[in-house]
Design a protein around this ligand. Structure first.
Ligand SMILES: CSC[C@H]1O[C@H](OP(=O)(O)O)[C@H](O)[C@@H]1O
Ligand SMILES: Nc1ncnc2[nH]cnc12
Length: 290
């Protein structure tokens, strides 16, 4: 039986978590460069935890320059089994109001130019992204949010835009009306793709901060309002995280949805045709099958 290790990737406004026993910020090196920051490790109710601020402490990484591959590799290297990605998001639905949380289950990837795979020439792999988030982890996030009294919606499609500018009104209407997206952010892709390649269970918790620009009563997105909403929701985020260890437990059975076996039939490059240098970089991410 594997030991559970829960990672929280903190989004905008979340640069630290408190309450960890044996807390220490650890520097982790990866073949993909340095992660966004050192990683805070420790234990919560006997369960191993790791916290990584996606934009770095002080918010130094823009959505397009977050080192997504290094971040996921570093978490895998630390023995993480489950990744909960927390993201400040705009909402395309009246009912998903600022202050609410949405447990996202689908993504539309509109990012461009970000390194979106650990694989490539020398070792080619294709994983399924049909169901990009882990329902078991989604259950834990939903239950943790409900226990903490947070208004939570289960299921939603996250439109990942490139940014850093917010959407035009025409884009906002298109994403909402024609594409059926529910929330919008700038960072869940390629993070979710990389987590799947690294065989990690992954869930996104969208913290709604605004109505983007489509809503006739709310006008354009305003970063001041976003930050105020985020600050006001910090306790909710803490409440959700605090409940996760009890819900996930210390011993982790294989994922019933197969997230931890995503590479079983994914690698196409014949063993004799694989590039040794490329293979060396995949030691943490794909070591189980290489
Ligand atoms: C602070 S508004 C825009 C910024 O916030 C979100 O970041 P994260 O997903 O890391 O919480 C959004 O994706 C943008 O990067
Ligand atoms: N409206 C919005 N668009 C993109 N990212 C966001 N993060 C928070 N609000 C957002």
């Amino acid at each position: 039986m594997t030991q559970t290790r829960i990672a929280i990737i903190g989004g905008s406004g979340i640069y630290d978590i408190d309450g960890l026993e044996d807390a220490a910020w650890q520097q982790v090196e990866t073949p993909w460069g340095a992660p966004s920051d050192h990683i805070l490790t420790g234990r919560l109710e006997g369960v191993g935890m790791a916290f990584l601020p996606r934009h770095g402490r002080g918010h130094v990484h823009a959505p397009g320059s977050v080192p997504y591959r290094a971040n996921i590799d570093a978490l895998k290297r630390l023995g993480v089994t489950d990744v909960i990605s927390v993201s400040a998001c705009g909402s395309f639905r009246e009912a998903m109001a600022p202050g609410d949380f949405v447990i996202v289950d689908q993504f539309i990837d509109r990012t461009v130019g970000r390194a979106a795979s650990f694989f490539g020439p020398g070792c080619v792999a294709h994983v399924s992204m049909a169901h990009p988030t882990c329902p078991r982890l989604g259950d834990a996030c939903e239950n943790a949010a409900r226990d903490a009294g947070i208004p939570v919606h289960r299921g939603g499609t996250y439109l990942a835009m490139e940014g850093p500018q917010f959407s035009t009104l025409a884009e906002s209407r298109m994403y909402r009306e024609a594409w059926g997206a529910d929330v919008i952010g700038m960072t869940a892709m390629p993070e979710a793709k990389l987590a799947r390649e690294a065989e990690l269970c992954y869930a996104t918790v969208a913290m709604i901060t605004d109505y983007d620009s489509w809503h006739p009563d709310h006008g354009a997105v305003d970063i001041t309002q976003i930050v105020a909403t985020l600050t006001g929701n910090a306790d909710k985020g803490r409440g959700l995280v605090a409940r996760l260890p009890a819900l996930l437990g210390t011993d982790r059975a294989p994922c019933p949805h197969g997230c931890d076996r995503a590479l079983d039939h994914a690698i196409l490059t014949a063993p004799g045709a694989r590039d040794a240098q490329v293979m060396a970089r995949l030691d943490a991410v794909a070591g189980r099958v290489l």
